[in-house]
Ligand binder design. Structure first.
Ligand code: FEO
Ligand code: CA
Ligand code: CA
Length: 634
């Protein structure tokens, strides 16, 4: 469809763009060369922290990566290496229970039916084992985020006419799906369970932490705060709960009130009168930003869901801040929880939350470790160092003399507080992953336009890159770090700073996840406005894909390619690493080089995965297994 509202910066703080920082550190020629950096033996100079990526792989091949690369593909299918299989498990519209409403391939499922089916546009995902030992890898709860909907594909007649029923069907198709799954005779299947359910934008929610539910700025038309929306990536806590993150919440709101203008805060969060163009506000006053402006303030949070407890009310953990959260990657350091989050918009920031006390002792007192702690925002310095700047009321520029009224105010206006602290604008921070062992942190910067001048290695940075940092003493609780570039994405045919090859070229890294062995899985979301377009330098890269990287040698190899118009996202394995689950999101979306689906021809771009001549493309969770039953990636 090509709308990427997060491509457009709403940061007018004037803080130094990350691309400028990179430019200041390296001449173009010196920029680290991605996947083949090990072979060149290139070592960054001037670094005060660890220099990873500099250990040559044995015989040029990483022992971590045991599969043969799949070639780039423009085909309408999922491709995995020889010796692997990929099977669809959980497509949009699949009934949550076997006696539930079946998928209507003409999109005629009603609101009530959609509420009993798997949502659309699968994104972040986790597998929570049920049982122990072998059973933990063959039986579990699958929790899947549903980021948005395609309003052409969601309705039989498209979205030209907007009705409350259409809004309600879209709402029922957003949120989070929880289903129990089991491996039976070598096949994963959804099993009937009382735990199978959904959290949607209409589910009642609680607020916890420094911004209470009765905070004046949270008072909106509906006295009950409801729901979560645009759930992109996610997190998992050490106490086995799921964190659904709210990303482009701004884009659901709009107004036909010609006299409405966004205020400073709304502007900073990218609120405008059109949003995604869903036009829900035309029929549902909840989403009219002029009539119901404080509804907006109920979104942009991280939402904790207990997948095991069907009576649990989802809780918005306000201490983690209010931004367009891509994800919320949780790790432990010195017995505290540390939560990393990227604010995915061009020119926005990377944050981390550090718990005040050991998380076990907080929980022993009946409190949440996510309610008590400090939120920081990152400043990346051009000497290779960096600092975490605390977003604490009364500290630095965040005092009452500058108009701040308390910690709730700082958190509700997280972006403005981070601006005031001098955080470093980044090229759209997406997923964040913590390397097992080293505890080094990797973040996808999917693309951006903020760099300036010839000295900038990539300005505009249309292919994106992955940055990594080492927290002082390897403690994720630290307030300083050293950073490095792990890889510049792209195609050397168009950008000689890129040293990837045909087995590893990719663009716009998005999903990032370390498996327990330390393989870094990289998933891509190249915009359909440039996908496979030679004029944009994307004709060799093919459809969106997933690659695996050896974080120490820097070697990267393509593992999977997706169908037309789709991004690849969401990745997790069972504890034994013999089943991998990934998501194919938005197959068949409008793609500049292919076309545009219409209500009459929803298959104009893709017909994955059903290939039904009367059907339509749909997002789905895919199971990957090795034919010999081995560990994925070996
Ligand atoms: Fe929802 Fe930033 O991807
Ligand atoms: Ca993403
Ligand atoms: Ca995305």
């Amino acid at each position: 469809m090509g709308f990427d509202p997060d491509d457009i910066s709403s940061n007018r703080s004037g803080n130094t763009p990350f691309a400028k920082v990179v430019a200041d550190r390296y001449s173009r020629r010196d920029v680290m060369r991605g996947g083949t950096v090990a072979a060149t033996g290139f070592l960054l100079t001037g670094m005060t922290g660890t220099t990873v990526n500099a250990h040559p792989a044995k015989d040029g091949k990483s022992a971590l990566l045991g599969f043969e690369a799949v070639p780039p593909s423009e085909e309408d299918k999922v491709t995995v290496p020889e010796g692997y299989s990929a099977t669809v498990l959980l497509p949009w519209g699949h009934p949550l229970r076997s006696d539930g409403p079946s998928w209507a391939k003409d999109a005629s499922n009603t609101v009530e039916e959609a509420a009993q089916q798997v949502g659309s546009h699968h994104d972040g995902m986790h597998f929570f084992p049920l049982g122990r030992g072998k059973d933990a890898s063959e039986h579990g709860l699958l929790v899947v985020n549903h980021e948005y909907v395609d309003t052409t594909l969601l309705y039989t007649d498209g979205d030209e006419e907007m009705t409350q029923e259409k809004v309600d069907k879209a709402l029922a198709s957003h949120g989070v799906t929880i289903v129990e799954v089991r491996l039976v005779d070598g096949q994963w299947q959804v099993v009937d369970s009382d735990r199978n359910r959904k959290v949607t934008p209409t589910t009642p929610v609680e607020f916890s932490g420094p911004v209470p539910v009765d905070y004046p700025e949270l008072q909106a038309r509906d006295s009950q705060a409801r729901g979560t929306i645009n759930n992109c990536s996610h997190g998992v806590t050490p106490w086995n709960t799921y964190l659904a993150c709210e990303e482009n919440f701004n884009s659901y709101f709009g107004t036909d009130d010609g006299s409405w203008e966004p205020n400073q805060l709304q502007r900073r969060y990218g609120i405008n009168s059109e949003g995604f163009g869903y036009r829900w506000h035309e029929v549902d006053p909840r989403f009219d930003v002029a009539q119901n402006p404080r509804e907006l303030n109920r979104f942009g949070w991280v939402v904790e869901i207990d997948p095991f407890d069907t009576d649990h009310t989802p809780v918005k953990r306000t201490a983690l801040g209010r931004v367009k959260h891509e994800g919320a990657t949780v790790t432990e350091s010195r017995a505290r929880v540390v939560v990393y989050t990227g604010d995915d918009q061009d020119g926005d920031y990377i944050y981390k939350f550090v718990g005040d006390k050991p998380w076990r002792s907080v929980r022993a007192k009946g409190n949440s470790p996510l309610d008590e702690g400090t939120l920081y925002v990152a400043r990346f310095d051009d000497d290779g160092g960096g600092e975490w700047l605390p977003l604490v009321f009364g500290e630095g520029p965040l005092g009452s003399d500058n108009g701040w009224t308390g910690q709730a105010d700082v958190l509700l206006r997280t972006r403005e507080a981070a601006d005031a602290l001098g955080a470093t604008p980044m090229d759209r921070p997406e997923w964040i992953a913590v390397q097992p062992g080293t505890q080094d942190v990797f973040c996808s910067l999917t693309n951006g336009e903020l760099g300036e001048g010839d000295a900038n290695p990539r300005n505009p940075n249309s292919y994106g890159h992955i940055i990594k940092w080492h927290e002082k003493n390897g403690h994720n609780t630290a307030t300083t770090f050293t950073w490095d570039i792990f890889v510049l994405a792209g195609d050397p045919a168009y950008d000689d700073a890129v040293e990837l090859d045909e087995d590893s070229i990719f663009g716009s890294p998005d999903g990032l996840w370390f498996d327990p062995d330390g393989r870094l899985w990289i998933q891509t979301d190249v915009s359909n406005s440039v996908q496979n377009d030679p004029d944009a330098g994307y004709d060799n890269i093919g459809n969106n894909q997933m690659l695996a990287a050896d974080p120490d040698s820097g070697e990267i190899r393509r593992f999977l390619t997706g169908p037309k118009g789709a991004e690849i996202t969401g990745v997790i394995t069972t504890p034994d690493q013999r089943t991998m689950l990934i998501n194919v999101q938005h197959p068949g979306e409008e793609t500049a080089t292919i076309g545009e689906p219409t209500p009459q021809d929803p298959r104009a771009v893709s017909n994955w995965p059903d290939f039904d001549p009367d059907g339509r493309p749909r997002s789905a969770t895919v199971v990957i297994r090795k034919d010999d039953g081995g560990v994925i990636g070996t």
